[in-house]
Design a protein around this ligand. Sequence first.
Ligand code: ADP
Ligand code: ZN
Length: 646
Amino acid sequence: SGQPRGCGTWLLLMVGLFVANYLIVSLFFPAGRGPVEVPYNLFREQVEAGNVVSVATRADVMQGVFDDPVPVVVPGSGRLFSGAEREQVDVTAFSTTLPSFLSPGLDDLLLANGVVINAETLEAPRSPLLTLLFSFGPALLMIGLFVWFTRRMARGAGGAGGGIGNMFGMGQSRAKRYDKQDDKVTFEDVAGIDEAEHELAEIVDFLKNPGKYTRLGGSAPKGVLLVGQPGTGKTLLAKAVAGEAGVPFFSMNASEFVEMIVGVGASRVRDLFKDAREAAPSIIFIDELDAIGRKRGQNIYGGGSSEQEQTLNQILTEMDGFSTEEGVIVLAATNMPEVLDPALLRAGRFDRRVTVQPPDKVGRKAILEVHTRKVPLGPDVDLTAVAAMTPGLVGADLRNLVNEAAILAARNGQDTITQANFADSLEKIILGPERKLLLKREDRERVAFHEAGHAILGLVVPGADPVSRVTITPRGQSLGVTYQRPEDDRYNYSESYLRGRIVGALGGRAAEEVVYGDRTTGAENDLQQVTRMAQGMVTRWGMSEAIGPVALAHEGGQYLGEAQPGVSSGFSQATHERVDLATREIIEECYEEALRLLKKHRTELDKLAAALMEHESLDEREVLDATGIPSQVAHRNLPEVPPEGA
Ligand code: ADP
Ligand code: ZN
């Protein structure tokens, strides 16, 4: 299946087009609407009978109008299904060809019979362009429609036979090939994912001297699965392996196959492997393998299922079909290794797995260094600080951050990128672009106090993450933000730290209450966060005396931010109530603490709010200056609780 059908199909297509063209022309533009050609003697008879009203002439053709319609027998009108070969029509508008030997004397005759002789010329014949359009237009239209339709089919769920797709070259490998010359990527360009990089160094070594591995009968790797969330640099790593080894790189995105006409995916895979084997030693990279590599029979992509399976089967066949000595190595990337069909992971296929973790702080700094190599950084830029501000961001995000900062600097007419550019870009990436929102002064002031509340608590609560930036510039959904950055990436949290986080998160609401004595809706987000954290403390981390060290929560997210709210349904109503109470208790205690601290630091709160009203955004230094809180107090961190064997 899937073989191109060649000439036969084309011939059929052309014949079909001509038939369609004829149909369209004869149905929509029937012949016989113009003047009917009549014999010269009939014309002459009519002139003599006084039935010709007017004539006009050009060269030897004369057109005119009869007074009374004249029945004339003409060849079939050309109208489809008219049946008769000849038919009789009543002619009013006529044309006739003048025989040159009879023409002399005609004008006398016309004049004698009162025919109006028009000086104007005949109805102009159709312009050649129009004629061309009439004869080819419908056909072109058909071809256009046909192409459009096949494209649509190729994009939509498959269903038609494979032949159509192949005619338009859709079966050919669309793999992108990168060679040594054009923008070579090496391990120099990859940072912050050292473990994965080290594991792949072996593959480079193998590609460079395959003999070393096979000499003692060992078998070289064939397929390597790169596992990691999007943007961590899996594609980049694969390219770097090819770049380091100096071999061609063939890449393909598996998700493209899902929507294809049946048979196209498989034929592409075949071509991809063929090209790679011809160019061996080489690298094949299949991105988003899970799009086709899902366990067969249970894929989520409805209509494309059989296509998905065919493509998957073809990959399995191809991987079994070459030996490691050929020097082709297949790298594949996925974020969801658990959904892959076990057949893919068997020995001789993707039997090696390399996990690509999101970078830690040191890694993020290294990645930032890679991407700022070619951009002019100002003297105040501290990439360590930028790395500290960006927990959770992966390589692709960091590249984007540098890019945004450079754009911002260029737009401001700066020669270099400043630290503030990074902070602004980060905000834009996280919260969305600035919103031009005209807030009344009172409203802005409220936002300023709210954010100042968060920030002051960030400064004075022992063990809280340092406040790196406060802003009341509206962006996306938010009216203001306070950033606190952990000194290091944290993998384990102490109870006092969590309580401190809750206190800080309630700081906005508490400040509003301290200053205005009432509440606004502005704390919605804060309250959600607070509730999630307190619930986690009670149901997941055994931090409530009333409940004890019992895990009650749903199984689910493993990280602090992703704690799923709620208690697993296996527990009694009474337990639910106790959990609710314990959660409330934590939050209320923390709120009291927030109120107490803000009342105590009311002067600093007012100063910070005023500074925000004036400057909108303050960085770490400016926050400390505005409040007068010395930085050693701000950083008076409690000793970190040692990890309890996480
Ligand atoms: P993935 O394939 O894991 O989704 P990519 O390799 O496509 O991620 O990453 C996109 C871009 O982000 C890369 O081209 C590179 O510019 C940048 N990037 C991602 N990870 C890293 C990294 N570890 N080091 C340097 N740049 C990175
Ligand atoms: Zn808030």
